[in-house]
Write a protein that binds this ligand. Structure first.
Ligand code: GUN
Length: 293
């Protein structure tokens, strides 16, 4: 089978390029888009993601603030920062990197973000708008990036069986909503750690989205020949021969699965760059909506 490698770096660049004119127009009218990125604690992977988000803003001329707070930050201190960012007219998007340390009540923090600035799409108002298919809402960046990748490669979804492996608030559930929605028209199954006969369920997928955070869980026997495989996992696995002592692998055993698929995302360079590009897109959308009143 000739497999298309779904190039997230290239597609993310297309998304960013399409934002240049809208950003220039907003800046001309005195509305420079602004994003605040909040990191609590010192998780090394989260630090990398947060820095990539700030860097992406700089490249596009989006104003950004990075708040790197110590692990001991209290819930009250974090809520006070959110309150200030909600009020700050320079800021149109607010993102608190997940997961926060265990003493932080993440759901409560998310509820305090102004839904108009919730560029992660995690606030209950935006979760509802996704289900209601209200285009004014914000869709979580990773599933939005997966859909953009599918769209850009002209992969048909209507009538296809999509299996979403994982039921997280960040990826699995919103991904299933997008695939079942009227823009995509797929038939959707959500599978998870308690699903019986997981390999068999996945093998019925025309489109398989793996988002469970388990290194190389998806093996060759999970794949229907010709399936499209979207690998959302970014897992660090120890590797003494790698320069940093670890390497990144997805939720999919790429070398075993790739020969069977019609298309597959690599890790890294697949979904990861798309997430950040869609965050930029959501920030521009927030700025446009807020400045239009
Ligand atoms: N952690 C993993 N993915 C995400 C994301 O899209 N947004 C936030 N805030 N945290 C994450």
């Amino acid at each position: 089978m000739i497999t298309t490698i779904l190039d997230g770096k290239k597609t993310a660049e297309l998304v960013r390029n399409a934002l240049l004119a809208p950003i220039a127009q907003l800046i001309q009218t005195g509305h420079t888009p602004g994003l605040a990125v909040v990191l609590v604690g010192d998780d090394p992977a989260s630090r990398v993601y947060v820095n990539s988000k700030v860097k992406a803003c700089e490249q596009l001329g989006i104003y950004s603030q990075k708040w790197a707070l110590p692990t001991e930050t209290t819930q009250a201190e974090l809520l006070e920062l959110i309150r200030k960012l909600n009020e700050d007219p320079r800021i149109h998007g607010i993102l608190v990197q997940s997961p926060p340390p265990p003493h932080i009540d993440e759901a409560e923090v998310i509820r305090h973000i102004d839904p108009r600035k919730d560029v992660d799409g995690f606030h209950p108002v935006n979760v509802a708008k996704l289900v209601l298919e209200d285009p004014s809402g914000f869709v979580p960046c990773t599933p939005l990036g997966c859909m953009e990748l599918i769209k850009n490669y002209g992969i048909p979804t209507a009538g296809k069986h999509a299996v979403v492996l994982g039921r997280s608030m960040i990826v699995g559930k919103p991904m299933a909503s997008l695939l079942v929605g009227k823009a995509a028209n797929a038939t959707v199954t959500i599978a998870h750690s308690r699903t019986r006969d997981l390999a068999e369920v996945c093998r019925s997928a025309d489109i398989l989205v793996a988002a469970v955070g388990k290194p190389e869980l998806v093996r060759a026997d999970f794949i229907k020949p010709g399936a499209v495989v979207i690998d959302v996992g970014i897992n660090r696995v120890e590797d003494a021969t790698a320069p940093r002592g670890y390497r990144l692998v997805g939720d999919v055993d790429f070398s075993a699965v790739q020969p069977l698929c019609s298309a597959i995302t690599p890790v890294p360079g697949g979904v990861g760059p798309m997430t950040i590009a869609m965050l930029m897109s959501n920030t521009v959308k927030a700025c446009r909506q807020i400045s239009a009143g």
